[in-house]
Design a protein around this ligand. Structure first.
Ligand SMILES: Cc1cc2nc3c(=O)[nH]c(=O)nc-3n(C[C@H](O)[C@H](O)[C@H](O)COP(=O)(O)OP(=O)(O)OC[C@H]3O[C@@H](n4cnc5c(N)ncnc54)[C@H](O)[C@@H]3O)c2cc1C
Ligand SMILES: *[C@@H]1O[C@H](CO)[C@@H](O)[C@H](O)[C@H]1NC(C)=O
Ligand SMILES: *[C@@H]1O[C@H](CO)[C@@H](O)[C@H](O)[C@H]1NC(C)=O
Length: 456
């Protein structure tokens, strides 16, 4: 059957709930049109699969570049067109996952790519991917999406040429939102920060450590950015004061200039007083306090509950349950992110193609509620709804089971687990390992060609 048939069925299922008999009128829209928003990994992988299926689509990208957050830009603030700089990349960034778990399907990472490539090497790989699959011809660069709304059973997408200011509105049958969520900083609320005379930035604007030479730097937060930027800046700073409340056991032995502190109590003009009453003189602050979900262009009529901490309700972590001809990509946290994006792109394409149909609205809500209940029962915040973590492999299996896409092999999750532990053990050495996939369940980890251990 045809794509639009299934798309229509899902629309009707939502509108009239699942009391709709299977004999609903099969109004077939002749040329289904898909709008992909963003040309990062999410948008590019979607474009590749949609193209392969001969589906008509357009990618709208606000900048003149592909690759989204992987493109380092030395500037902060706004770009040459007055748009907020999207990328959160910094000069010394290397991936925190090894290259087999950063590979896009059907486009092997180069033999000579380092085990944990720099942003520059990985960005080149993404650019090469776009060239290899000839994707640029589908991308409207420098077109910023400003409003997506749902009217009369179609999507209306309003976008603006960022150079001329000219606005356009187009109708689509399906929308793939791939605008990323590591761009809009989440700032903490710190008492008396306004009296502090040093510099304060968020990790989104962190570029390079050299400017912190011989300075007393405070880093707040112990997420992936917090840990990575701590190591980077500690190489230069006079003292690196690290404030966080993570209960995770970090085994890394830090250098002598590293000082661990609890949460910030308050600032004064010259430094920071911590919750334990201690004080440190501080010259510069870097907040590594994470990012907000931010979809300012999604109108209420899209049917999503949007908050800085969560986007709900989503079926399979991506399908907008209230309007299931929209998917939001990459909202899976704690996973092999590009591998997950690639799988989601295939799932979305299979959905558009009509390879499978979604469950009813109520069944999808049930799936979502089951997950939400587990989180509530643990007394955890609803933002956990986006965590895959231990459920990562199960997730890939379920995407395949439902949509028929090729399964992401279990070895991906296994490598990520070992890499995560290695990182907890030693931030300075975890990137010295080389991971080689043997088969779908097995990989080999080597260290400087010695110490081979097979992990199954
Ligand atoms: C510092 C950092 C390090 C990371 N390290 C790793 C790692 O080691 N391994 C890993 O797997 N993942 C890593 N990630 C996660 C990374 O975000 C994903 O790997 C992936 O690149 C996300 O791709 P995306 O396409 O979803 O979003 P993005 O790469 O953010 O791309 C979104 C695109 O949408 C465009 N856009 C935004 N709004 C609009 C609009 N309104 N209209 C039109 N276009 C718009 C943007 O310009 C951008 O090009 C890292 C992220 C960061 C920030
Ligand atoms: C900030 O507080 C500390 C600790 O109480 C103090 O030693 C320091 O002088 C204060 N700085 C200013 C400018 O008041
Ligand atoms: C949809 O199904 C066809 C036929 O089985 C298959 O060739 C194609 O790869 C599928 N598309 C996706 C995106 O899974």
């Amino acid at each position: 059957m045809n794509l639009l048939y299934s798309v229509l069925v899902s629309i009707l299922l939502v509108d009239f709930n699942n009391a709709v008999p299977s004999k609903i009128s099969k109004k077939i829209v002749p040329n289904p049109r898909v709008c992909v928003i963003g040309a990062g990994v999410a948008g590019l992988t979607s474009a590749r699969y949609l193209q392969e299926e001969g589906i008509s689509f357009t990618v709208l990208e606000a900048t003149r570049y592909v690759g989204g957050t992987w493109r380092y830009d030395p500037r902060v603030g706004t770009d040459e067109n007055g748009l907020p700089l999207h990328t959160s990349m910094y000069k010394h960034l290397r991936t925190n996952l090894p290259k087999p778990t950063m590979e896009l399907r059907g486009f092997p990472v180069p033999e000579d790519m380092p085990s944990f490539p720099s942003w520059k090497v990985y960005y080149k790989y993404i650019q090469d991917y776009a060239k290899h699959f000839d994707l640029a011809r589908h991308i409207k660069f420098l077109h910023n999406v400003i409003l997506v709304s749902r009217e009369d059973n179609v999507w209306k997408v309003k976008y603006q040429n960022v150079l001329s200011g000219e606005e356009f509105e187009e109708q689509f049958d399906f929308v793939i939102v791939g605008t990323g969520h590591y761009s809009k900083p989440k700032y903490p609320n710190m008492p008396n920060e306004e009296h502090f005379t040093g510099t304060v930035i968020h990790s989104h604007d962190y570029k390079e450590p050299e400017i912190y030479k011989d300075r007393r730097v405070l880093i707040v937060g112990a997420g992936p950015s917090g840990m990575d930027i701590t190591i980077d800046v500690a190489n230069y700073a006079k003292t690196l004061v690290h404030s966080h409340h993570s209960k995770i056991k970090f085994n890394t032995v830090f250098p002598k200039n590293y000082i661990r502190k609890p949460d910030v109590k308050e600032f004064n003009a010259t430094g920071v007083i911590f919750q334990d009453g201690s004080y440190e003189d501080i010259d510069d602050v870097i907040y590594c306090t994470g990012f907000q979900y931010y979809y300012p262009f999604l109108d209420k009529s899209c049917g999503l509950d949007l908050s800085p901490k969560s986007v709900t309700p989503l079926y399979k972590y991506m399908v907008n349950i209230r309007q299931p001809t929209m998917v939001v990509m990459g909202l899976t946290v704690r996973a092999c992110l590009v591998v997950a994006l690639d799988a989601q792109s295939r799932y979305a394409t299979a959905l558009v193609k009509g390879n499978f149909t979604l469950p009813s609205h109520d069944e999808m809500m049930e799936e979502w509620n089951r997950r939400a209940d587990v989180i509530r029962a643990k007394g955890r915040p609803l933002s956990d709804i986006h965590f895959l973590a231990e459920k990562e492999d199960e997730y890939y299996a379920s995407l395949t089971e439902e949509s028929g896409i090729e399964r992401v092999p279990p070895v991906m999750f296994k490598i990520r687990s070992v890499d995560t532990q290695a990182k907890l053990d030693d931030l300075y050495t975890y990137r010295d390992y080389v991971y080689t996939i043997i088969d779908k369940d097995t990989f080999v980890r080597t260290l400087e060609d010695k110490d081979v251990n097979r992990i199954r």
